[in-house]
Design a protein around this ligand. Structure first.
Ligand SMILES: Nc1nc2c(c(=O)[nH]1)N[C@@H](CN(C=O)c1ccc(C(=O)N[C@@H](CCC(=O)O)C(=O)O)cc1)CN2
Length: 294
């Protein structure tokens, strides 16, 4: 039986859940997971359900039948096939730990995505990418060619019909124009526990501040550098005896794990941008079970 994901954002009011669940029951659908959040600050309601059609309803039929509910509550709504895989472009500069981690998770099926391209402004990871049978594109970036470099990047995104771009330690600031055009579709991993230590060299900043914790933050990319809506964060302990170079080593694992969690949440439609915040619903049962046991 086909499994679907329904996502809803609308203004809070009474009767939304009843209308959604009533419709699904009427259409012979069985709800397998449900999360909702009512933001009293913004007056917005968010819901994500996974369900199976026990009567073999087609997605077009489900969408069409749901249209009156969408109209009644003025919903932003999607019904998607749970098996549909997002097309993802990965971008990297000189530090490849997040890229390698994502490639491994993709290879074992833990990240059910189609990696349609890897883009880098360096050649360090060309071999590992090509060895995964993934197209590698080198796009040189200088202070003078950023518009042309971004145009090429956008061309690759459009030619591959990519749904998501993941900056896996890609160290170039993207233009306001590109950020606006791809709002909500670019995820970055920043190697600090934002909002501390934005911008370049966060570990150097952390060392000079004398912190006892370092961290990583995965966020959607906006024009405001490292200020986009936060999807996932985590931390790691450090001591007085460690240097900024030690932080780079200690930080690798937490950066990779934070980015992987954020990508997993996004590709499973668990993320809802809510102003400068992100509602992140828990993973549905079985959504980690796609791993091919080695
Ligand atoms: N518009 C945005 N672009 C990018 C963001 C973002 O949030 N908004 N995140 C960065 C990633 N990043 C930190 O995580 C970061 C990358 C690069 C720089 C920076 O100052 N880069 C210099 C060049 C550095 C170099 O050549 O090695 C620059 O672009 O002039 C700061 C923070 C990705 N892009």
């Amino acid at each position: 039986m086909k499994s679907y994901v329904l996502t809803v954002t609308c203004k809070s009011t009474r009767g939304i859940v009843a209308a959604i669940t009533g419709y699904l029951a009427e259409k012979g659908c069985y709800i397998t997971d449900s999360s909702q959040f009512d933001d009293l600050q913004t007056g917005l309601f968010f819901m994500r359900l996974t369900f199976i059609s026990q009567e073999g309803a087609k997605i077009e039929e489900l969408r069409e039948g749901f249209a009156p509910v969408v109209k009644r509550f003025d919903m932003t709504c999607e019904i998607r096939d749970s098996e549909e895989r997002m097309k993802v472009v990965l971008m990297v500069s000189r530090f490849g730990h997040c890229l390698n981690d994502l490639l491994y998770r993709w290879k074992i099926g833990a990240l059910p995505i189609d990696i349609v391209a890897v883009i880098s402004n360096h050649f360090d990871y060309q071999k590992v990418v090509v060895n995964h049978d993934i197209p590698f594109h080198h796009i040189k970036v200088t202070k003078d060619n950023k518009p042309q470099a971004e145009a090429r990047m956008l061309e690759i995104v459009e030619q591959t019909d990519a749904d998501l771009v993941v900056l896996a330690r890609y160290m170039q600031v993207l233009s306001d124009q590109l950020c606006k055009k791809m709002s909500g579709r670019i995820i970055n991993i920043h190697h600090s526990f934002l909002p501390s230590f934005k911008g370049a060299n966060p570990y150097k900043q952390a060392y000079e501040r004398g912190v006892k914790l370092i961290g990583a933050t995965a966020h959607y990319v906006t024009e405001d550098l490292d200020e986009g809506p936060i999807i996932e964060q985590d931390i790691a302990r450090i001591t007085h005896a460690q240097s900024a170079e030690d932080y780079v080593s200690i930080g690798r694992d937490v950066e990779s794990q934070v980015l992987a969690r954020a990508v997993h949440a996004h590709i499973h439609h668990r993320c809802f941008i809510n102003g400068n915040r992100v509602v992140v619903f828990p993973a549905s049962p079985g959504s980690y079970a796609s791993e091919r046991m080695g």
